[in-house]
Design a protein around this ligand. Structure first.
Ligand SMILES: Cc1ncc(COP(=O)(O)O)c(C=O)c1O
Length: 394
């Protein structure tokens, strides 16, 4: 039985590899930043979620070191037993205030936040209407909930209206629309103003996962709702991207929502509390973001410059304004070849292909960050031009 099982797994792995879909990992031997070290060589890094360049920011490192001295290293407890320090509550309050919500609740990751969100709040009498391109964690969270499920085509407001009508015709008690604020594979924004208007028309709630927006979208960095000037009912996000890039997720919402999640959300009740280093650095990240107009301006200047440069070279891009700039390739194998060639040329990027994007839509997902200079980006563009010609993409 064991032998047969392992033979089966080996065959699955061979099939993945034969299809050009096998993912490998390179080990970086230093901090996450604009240039990363692999072996003895520095590579221009164009694929981290380090939007504001805070992953190796001295102020965060300092806060983390102080937290070890003052609060120790680990928590060895879930929050409700003996795992809540003053730091946890301080970070939850800061996040809520920053995001304009009553309160927030921390999780080990946003994957857990999205996984634990729906099941305590909604039951079989209710409905969740989810964008087809939502992050895997939202999809999994919805699967764990007994509410009736509806799916609408990505950002398609006619389809959303149809699904809202269906949910109401089916007699749903409460209806929640769930969407990413930014679709992370494409770098496109959800049409939140239209979603809010439809939600109000059908008396529905709006949940937004703002992992790729908190800290830099919107005038103060409060994310996609601020960017378009609306309020949402539930906002989820991560400390693992713009806010320092370590780990940790949260849900920000009204007081009854957060209070019930503290009682019932399974990844909160049955998993260890965030370590104090992460909380202290998260608090410091929010301080920096509050004063972060220059960082945000630099990030978007870089995104505009990078996008224009790639377009000028003749690459096919998905249109948008976000610092995620996907370079469309098509076939997985060619995307892998392009990423390998770029690595040889000193640029660190990754090919994205099935199952993270649909078959035939493989791409190199580039991401800008505020710590990159124009010189860095010009170097990156030269490497993209060379690699594009060498692999037949251009
Ligand atoms: C849209 C979206 N939601 C949720 C997550 C999960 O966040 P975390 O890394 O905090 O688990 C990610 C990260 O990949 C994401 O891109």
């Amino acid at each position: 039985m064991t032998t047969a099982f392992h033979e089966h797994l080996k065959q699955v792995l061979t099939d993945i590899s034969d299809a050009g879909l096998y993912k490998t990992e390179r080990a970086i031997s230093g901090p996450q930043r604009g240039y990363v070290t692999v072996g003895d060589t520095a590579f221009l890094n164009l694929c981290a979620n380090n939007y504001l360049g805070l992953a190796d920011d001295e102020r965060l490192e300092h806060a983390a070191k102080n937290a070890i001295d003052d609060f120790g290293y680990g928590m060895a407890s879930v929050r409700f037993i003996c795992g809540t320090q003053t730091l946890h509550r301080e970070l939850e309050n800061d996040l809520a205030q920053f995001l304009g919500m009553d309160d927030s609740i921390l999780f080990a990751a946003c994957f857990d936040a999205n996984g634990g969100l729906f099941e305590p709040l909604l039951g079989p009498e209710d409905a969740i209407i989810s964008d087809a391109l939502n992050h895997a964690s939202i999809i999994d969270g919805i699967r764990l909930c007994k509410a009736k499920r509806y799916r609408y085509a990505n950002a398609n407001m006619e389809d959303l209206r149809l699904k809202l009508s269906q949910a109401r015709a089916d007699g749903a008690r409460f209806v929640m629309i769930a969407t990413d604020g930014v679709f992370s594979m494409d770098g496109t924004l959800a049409p939140l103003a239209e979603i809010r208007a439809l939600a109000d028309e059908f008396d529905a709630l709006v949940m937004v996962d703002d992992c790729h927006a908190t800290g830099f979208m919107g005038a103060t960095g409060a994310g996609t709702p601020e960017h378009v000037g609306i309020k949402v009912d539930v906002l989820t996000g991560t400390l693992g991207k713009a806010l320092g890039g370590a780990i940790g997720g949260y849900i920000a919402a009204s007081q009854p929502v957060v209070d019930l999640l503290r009682q019932r959300a399974r990844p909160y009740l049955f998993s260890n509390a965030l370590p104090p280093v992460v909380c202290a650095a998260g608090i410091e990240a929010l301080n920096i973001v509050r004063e972060g107009h220059d960082l945000r301006a630099r990030l978007f200047e870089n995104a505009t410059f990078w996008r224009a440069g790639l377009k000028r070279l003749g690459f096919e891009l998905l249109p948008g304004e976000h610092p995620i700039v996907p370079v469309m390739i098509g076939e997985a194998r060619q995307a892998q070849e392009m990423a390998t060639r770029l690595f040889e040329l000193g640029v660190y990027v990754a090919g994205f292909f099935y199952p993270v994007v649909p078959h035939g839509m493989a791409r190199i997902r580039t991401q800008m960050n505020a710590s990159l200079t124009k010189g860095d980006l010009e170097r990156g563009l030269a490497a993209f031009e060379q690699a594009g010609r060498d692999t037949g993409v251009l």
